[in-house]
Unconditional design. Sequence first.
Length: 441
Amino acid sequence: MTVILLLSVVFILPVSAESSGTSDSLIFSVSGKTNVVDPQTATMRNSGSVIDYGPLHIPKIVIASSDAMKASGTRAANTEIYDLVTFNSLIPVRSDTVTMPITLYGQTYTINLKKSNYDDLGADGRDSYQGTISGMSDSVVLFTVTDQNLLYGTVRFGNQSIVIYPVQNREYTARTVMPLHVVYSEKDLLQPSEPVPFCGNTDNMTSPPLITANSELSATRGGEYDWAYVDLLIVTDKNFYDLEADWIACAKDYLSEANYQFQRPDIKVVLRGSYLVSVQSMIEMSNDPRSVTDPYQLVMDKFPKEYLIMAQKDVCVYLGGKDASPTSPGYEYAQGMGANRHTWSQMVEDNSPGMYDGNRHSRVYNFIHEIGHTLHAYHELAYEWWDLVPPFRHITVMCGMYIGDSIQWDFSSSVPEYNGDATHDNAFVIRVYKHEVAALA
Ligand SMILES: [Zn+2]
């Protein structure tokens, strides 16, 4: 450990002049490494040439929110709630610790990051980092960067949650030196007009966990407060593979968010990812009609228990690239499903307006929620409370409905510093079951 620390270099980026464009007003930028692209045209004129970014997948809810603010006069007609930017060599040397200056709404801050790869990829040019803004202990910074100048991540401070992610598809990203990203603050987004039923809005558990029986399980495999390592096989279909700039970097970002929750001292689970890169497998997933009618059954059939045991994976996570319409009774409204050893999480927005919006917040909720089911967490133990002024509803992640920002990503817990009580304690359920799940393969 000491050797690793001595060898690691604290990399301090030079604070250089601001890049092109109006960086002062940008939501997020990194000095000298951020370029602004005009959202009206989504083209960057560089030395006389225009870059073709191809079709962009900025979530509809982001554009609708921007349009609504302009229509109400809250924003000037020629401005958007989001920025389009590109990054140049954000973290060129992937040291274990990195210190870098950033700007948020024109204010300069320093962020301190530590490398946090939760996967078996090795040095493949994609690295996840976790850290804080210097001097703001309750801030959170999660970045996943790649050698292709991609950044997936978030900066959270105060009541702000700023998100950054690429919006070009795989094909156009591959031919763009500095790919395009969207940046926005989640507080600027419109919220779903009504709760969106999730997991078919029925619980996967037939009965609440029996504490006595499971204490025996825990006793043979490790204590409640010992770490458990759950190995995930993350798979996708050709649709999501083609849609995302880099689907593995995207999945790594969501895995970072999940680990941020699961590694809490009252849960103590590490989720380790590995990714099925076979394009043939992705094509088969997309070609199967069940990718629309029953994606959960599809992933169970394609990667059955025997496959997972051979691959030494505990749980298979399917990031679905289609707007699914499950036909099974009770699951007509599902955008995600998870139980036993499989999860399916829809990564794209529903066509129905006001429904599941497929932005980063909804995707991360879906990802964490369904993995939560595989660790036996369930809807009925989600914890709900209200801010009185202004009235605002909060619910922890196992809530069986998607309600936009009201959905938090944390698990309910009876430990006082978290949200929950003795009868709303999914953290306890996960502690009881985690060693059993970690021992599946
Ligand atoms: Zn659920």
